[in-house]
Design a binder for this molecule. Sequence first.
Ligand SMILES: [Zn+2]
Length: 467
Amino acid sequence: MQLTELDGTVLNAAWSVEQDGDLLAIILESAGGKTKTGASRNSDYTRALVLLISRLRELGAVIEDALVDSAQTASLSEADRRLIDAPLPLATTTASDEEIRLLLTRKQGRIGMHPDARKSGNERKRLRLRVAVPGYTPELLARDLSGDVESPVEKMLLTLDALNVQRSPDGTSKRHQPLTLLWAIGRAVEGKARQVPWREARTVIASLIDDFGHPTDSPKNAHLPFLALAGSGLWELSATPPAKGKHGDPRLRWLNTHPGTTGGLTEESHQLFAGSRLAVSTAVDRLLLDHFDGTDERPLLTAVGLGTTAPAVEARRRTAYTGKLGYDVVVLRRGEQHVLRRLLLARGASQCALCGAELPERLLVAAHIKKRTACDERERRDLDNVAMLACTLGCDSLYEHGYIGISDDGVVELSPELLGHPHLNEHARRLAGRPVAAWTGSSRDYFAWHAANVFRAQARDEPRQDG
Ligand SMILES: [Zn+2]
């Protein structure tokens, strides 16, 4: 399986998911040595493990057991290969992703070694994590953990993001479409038919609008979401309604004279919600945050058949951003990227924080100053300081891979490793000594983390590890 980071970087790490008794097992292959092509084998083992932990946390998983699972240690009992003493419920533990990663790797060095061995061994051995993630099959878990930017959940989120919801005169968004979608998602979860005839749908949608809409949302407008959602990509109708004319809207009359016209989720969306708990809690969380601020959520979820989803949604809240920017979704890297980028661009200049170039917005990405997977919850929410705009013409990569760092007085420093890469050096040299606008009293600690953990302050070789 591939493992893709927030910014689309595919990690060099081999992993898989399989059934393991009642649990699922995530197998992370060992790192070290060279492959036949001369590349370093699974050199992103550590980053991959932190990323998997972070994503498992957002799924509310419990790490029930963790074992070294290498061929060399196969003769040892499980007890002798065990890395944790007790199950780790990731949603509630206070340990950071990095602390959990350390817990899982630190002990590995001694496993399978002679008790008198003076040096400890590889800490990046083949690892078996037994996890409890209710409702997940191995395939589904692999998909949700992979961070594949083309994942169906991400596509669905982007669709929700683009939902064309009308505004009331007081500025609040009309709840017709979100309510209708919640109801349809509830039907998918409950295994009900995907498409519903208008004659049935209208009473249900009307009563949802009546009970949970804004005071200005009229139950008489139940036809509006039923029709309008067809433009969202999530919804389809069995027949095409007439166009809105200059002299009024013929569509309600048309629907009422064709009450057998069905509407509902597309096959693809219906299957997604029927099969992925993550898709459901992500969509529900998103719709609630964007459209139902301040509404008592439990009665609403119960009314649309999503009562059982409420605990999952609430668990998400404990680990996600809060407030209007409230989605920090495991596979929705691009969705989050999108939010950060929008926020940074809204500040004004479309300028790369590192080289200072003024560029078209499409060439600027939101770069985490401190790697997102190393951030704790408070830091992840610190959107004003934890990220900067960097250009895709080189700055983003140079920074991410540690070829440049920011000194404690806020200027760009070059890694001595650049000397071994003349082309890269040529590219980076013009940045040396540049003051970085994103460096402030509030972002300073994030830059310091990068300087200590990512910046290649000394030329270093590829780490050597035994199997
Ligand atoms: Zn730049």
